[in-house]
Design a protein around this ligand. Structure first.
Ligand code: C5P
Length: 238
């Protein structure tokens, strides 16, 4: 039997590294907030999906007004974020029932395709935890930051440390889980090593399944990422 589908859209970061007046999930791409673009991919890929949007407390009213003014009427359960991404996910999980399948996706990854989302939800019926990854294409260096005599920060090689690139993959979102597994895993105490949901579920002792992600499914973090995302969207919408 198919599980009821949910997506938790993570958008409670304060992300002001770009120097904008709002966190980056609220900046516009092709005339729409990045966050709206991201949610629309899930609505198109999985009609009827329930959307839980996690926001900074101070922006909940802002987002409500934005959706109203733009006539973006999809029902959303709005949840206030926590001090870290881990705490934000934990808040959202209170709104997710057991026996469901739940995707957790970064609100600043609007370039994920409907195809990947639909295929992942179909596969996630059969496995409890499904994680999209992309192979690492750059040569990786293990370096440590230290101070030069001038007081400047410099990078130095860590003697004897090397990594085999063929074994390295970057993890993306959406990461999709059977909800009872994710809810149990998030009962663990917070650890700074929890940088995504897969790391929490793995620490909890559940095995993960992997699938190929997409190179263009970038997490918009810098101005360069915003420029790239704009260009990709223009090409896709042409
Ligand atoms: O900080 P990082 O780049 O890992 O954030 C990834 C995603 O998690 C972003 O979409 C951000 O809005 C969200 N986040 C959150 N609550 C936090 C910190 C980050 O929802 N406290």
């Amino acid at each position: 039997m198919n599980r009821k589908r949910f997506v938790i859209i993570m958008a409670a970061g304060s992300g002001t590294r770009m120097g904008a007046d709002r966190p980056k999930q609220f900046l516009e791409l092709g005339g729409k907030a990045i966050l709206q673009k991201t949610i629309e991919v899930f609505l198109a890929a999985c009609p009827g999906i329930s959307v839980v949007t996690v926001l900074p407390e101070a922006f909940i009213g802002y987002w409500r007004d934005y959706c109203y003014k733009r006539n973006f009427t999809c029902p959303q359960i709005l949840v206030k974020g926590g001090i870290t991404r881990f705490h934000s996910v934990r808040n959202a999980l209170e709104r997710i029932p057991e026996g469901a399948v739940v995707a957790v996706h970064d609100g600043v990854r609007p370039l994920v395709t409907e195809k990947l989302v639909a295929e992942m939800f179909a596969k996630a019926e059969r496995v409890p935890a499904l994680i999209p990854v992309v192979p690492c294409v750059d040569t990786m260096k293990v370096l440590s930051k230290c101070k030069a005599a001038t007081g400047e920060d410099v990078l130095k090689a860590v003697p004897g440390a090397s990594v085999d690139r063929s074994m390295l993959y970057g993890a993306q979102t959406p990461q999709i889980f059977h909800s009872e597994v994710l809810k149990e895993a998030y009962s663990l105490a917070y650890d700074t090593a929890f940088t995504d949901d897969a790391s929490v579920v793995e620490k909890y002792g559940k095995s993960l399944s992997y699938t190929m992600g997409e190179r263009l499914n970038i997490k918009i973090t810098t101005l360069d990422d915003l420029t790239l995302a704009e260009a990709v969207m223009k090409i896709r919408e042409a």
